[in-house]
Design a protein around this ligand. Structure first.
Ligand SMILES: Cc1cc2nc3c(=O)[nH]c(=O)nc-3n(C[C@H](O)[C@H](O)[C@H](O)COP(=O)(O)OP(=O)(O)OC[C@H]3O[C@@H](n4cnc5c(N)ncnc54)[C@H](O)[C@@H]3O)c2cc1C
Length: 431
């Protein structure tokens, strides 16, 4: 984009600009607005929730796995759950793979819950706006450019929170990162939901039996099922089951041509898994395809380099940090390019801390990241990316951004004890 045309863009000013309305971004925006700063939340789709409403229906990360589940996430995420309960739109489900109890919800109700909480907090929401460029001055983002139906907009923020999942803003601002270009990233999944399932009969098929039948169907029935251990679960909607089965591998989600191919391949696979369920699994004989995910689910794309990089060793050793802003007990869950999934667990009942420094990118002032684009290695990311932790990171980023504005400083100068005290006051569980 050339500078001459930029000068004629419509301009907006805000204290905090949050890019991306997913679990991390909405929570960040709510937290910042409640601290009394002007907050603009920008989302490329026409609803909030990100992966939580585009692709999925189960929050993980709220509880430690194992025989004595401990709740480790609190604060704004609790309000999300309370509101889902009010609509009778959630249930708690034990996770058969051992990721801990999941909170399964109706994603359409969740869209409304997210936007109600954001609006009550005073967040200004801009839907259908894609952040496409930034301007920086001496290592600080001075403008973020949005492509919209009303033309290009220039936003001048005091602090930016990149909650785009893909670290779009950090990458544009020159923050170093890891991606598919220089290491493995996890497989992508198109999810689908089925209605008119005889759930009583369907639930009699154990996880192992489902997987055995998948393997058998591939050999005997000529089914093309790349992942042999996908899962299917009940939802709050009677007779409706939701899946996590398809697997599209070796894709760089930041490469638009590869991502386009992945969308088509994901939907092709969804139909094939549906055919398998209908023809080979009792209870699905009269099922209908109720819906495909809004887009293919992206587990991992860019992971930034921040002031600290969470590692596989930190996760497996349940390491604690002085600048903790949240904790996580979820195992490493890697959906790699093979037919199975790799799981590695923390010691039973343990959690590790997520340090605030993982949200502060290198080489850019006035910027925080939150959610799945945090500073972590591939394996640590495979544990810390659950939606419970993304919300927890978001609320910390929002409070930190507001603190920086109130104290006329940058996020890297935020007082850690003040941030932690405020997080505890609003119900976050740090230890
Ligand atoms: C298939 C799959 C299954 C999973 N299963 C589970 C599960 O069962 N439970 C669980 O807890 N976690 C699960 N995860 C992980 C979890 O869903 C994600 O890690 C988490 O939701 C990420 O949240 P986020 O807010 O960081 O990013 P996202 O949810 O990806 O949100 C990013 C938001 O930013 C928007 N955006 C992106 N770029 C721009 C831009 N340039 N401008 C404007 N807007 C932009 C997007 O539209 C989106 O709304 C799964 C992930 C996948 C893909």
């Amino acid at each position: 984009m050339d500078m001459v045309r930029r000068s004629s863009y419509k301009e907006l000013e805000t204290d905090v600009l949050v890019i991306g309305g997913g679990s991390a971004g909405v929570t960040a925006a709510i937290a910042a607005a409640r601290e009394g700063v002007n907050t603009l939340l920008v989302e490329r789709y026409g609803f909030l929730g990100g992966t939580s409403t585009q692709v999925l229906d189960t929050f993980y990360g709220f509880f430690t796995p194992g025989s004595h589940p401990r709740k480790v996430i609190g604060g704004i995420p609790d309000e999300v759950i309370t509101n889902l309960k009010r609509y009778d739109a959630m249930l708690i489900r034990p996770n058969t793979y051992g990721a801990g109890n999941g909170i399964t919800y109706n994603p359409d109700i969740l869209k409304i819950v997210w936007e109600s909480l954001a609006m009550q907090a005073g967040v200004q929401i801009l839907f259908h706006a894609l952040a496409v460029d930034v301007e920086t001055d001496q290592g600080r983002i001075t403008s973020v450019f949005l492509a919209t139906k009303s033309g290009f907009l220039r936003v001048r923020p005091r602090v930016v929170i990149d909650a785009s999942g893909d670290a779009d803003i950090a990458a544009l601002a020159g923050v170093p990162y890891e991606s598919a270009a220089n290491g493995p990233v996890q497989a992508l999944t198109t999810t689908f939901r089925l209605l008119n399932v005889d759930t009583q009969r369907a639930l009699q098929i154990s996880k192992n039996e489902l997987h055995e039948r998948m393997a058998q169907a591939i050999v005997e029935g000529g089914y093309n099922l790349p992942r042999k251990e996908g899962s299917i679960h009940i939802t709050p909607l009677p007779g409706t089951m939701a899946t996590n089965m398809t697997r599209v591998v070796n894709i760089d989600p930041t490469d638009i041509e590869q991502l386009s191919w992945a969308e088509i391949e994901g939907r092709r696979q969804a139909l094939e898994y549906f055919r398998f369920l209908k023809e080979r699994i009792p209870g699905y004989e009269n099922a209908h395809l109720a819906g495909l995910s809004v887009q293919i689910g992206v587990r991992e794309s860019r992971r930034i380099y921040g002031q600290y990089r969470l590692t596989r060793e930190d996760v497996l050793a349940a390491r604690k940090f002085d600048d903790a802003i949240a904790q996580c007990g979820a195992p490493i869950e890697e959906h790699h390019s093979g037919a199975d999934t790799r799981w590695e667990y923390l010691p039973e009942g343990e959690t590790y801390h997520i340090p605030y420094r993982c949200l502060i990118p290198l080489h850019c002032d006035g910027l925080l990241v939150a959610g799945r684009c945090l500073s972590a290695d591939h394996d640590a990311h495979a544990s810390v990316r659950s939606m419970g932790q993304c919300m927890a990171m978001g609320q910390a980023a929002g409070i930190a951004a507001a603190w920086a504005i109130h104290h006329h400083t940058t996020p890297s100068e935020v007082s850690i004890p003040s941030l932690q005290n405020r997080l505890r006051q609003i119900g976050a569980i740090l230890d």
